[in-house]
Design a protein around this ligand. Sequence first.
Ligand code: IMP
Length: 202
Amino acid sequence: MKRLILASRNRHKLNELRTFLRNIPLEVVAIDEVAPELALIEDGETFRENALRKARAVFKRTGELSLADDSGLEVFYLNGRPGVSSARYAGVGTTDENNNQKLLAEMQGVAPRRRGAQFHAVLALVGKNTEEFAEGICLGVLGEEPRGTNGFGYDPIFIPDGFTRTYAELSAEEKNQISHRSKAFAKMREILLRHLSSDVGV
Ligand code: IMP
């Protein structure tokens, strides 16, 4: 079976991606299983640029079909921040809790109707003759305080549209049905299946 190398070291993202990839006839391997020393640099200005850089780096190193995710939370009141800086919003090497606290502090006193936000994910697939992208967005609002223990990152402070619970109060199955990453993956799934059936660039 052909292999697909996942260009991520975030175990939560890896778990979500592995779930989405369950029914696709590819052997899914995380980058740490093949090239733990490889640096995955995210210094671009857009999710697309970062996802492409990571997937290209992994393809260059392994010569195998590579999939990267770059994603983050965009708060409209903050003109899209934290955006591409989501992982390091409170500083390089910081914790999810610190990022959440920083964001909540910036949004303190902001009325509910102005707390709109979206999670945004871009997936990049790089292979021999291919560079393809898929994008997904999940709209919602920022909560007033962290709630829930599932998931990761900003999950405890993001309430997706149509729900009263945060992402972190949803089960993994519920989150995976509506999340930005699942929407991006639904498109990537078609791309992967097309490539597998035509064998172009895989
Ligand atoms: P990246 O590795 O630069 O793409 O970092 C993505 C960052 O965005 C993560 O560290 C989280 O802070 C945030 N993020 C992306 N997707 C999610 C999600 O599904 N839930 C919560 N936070 C997320």
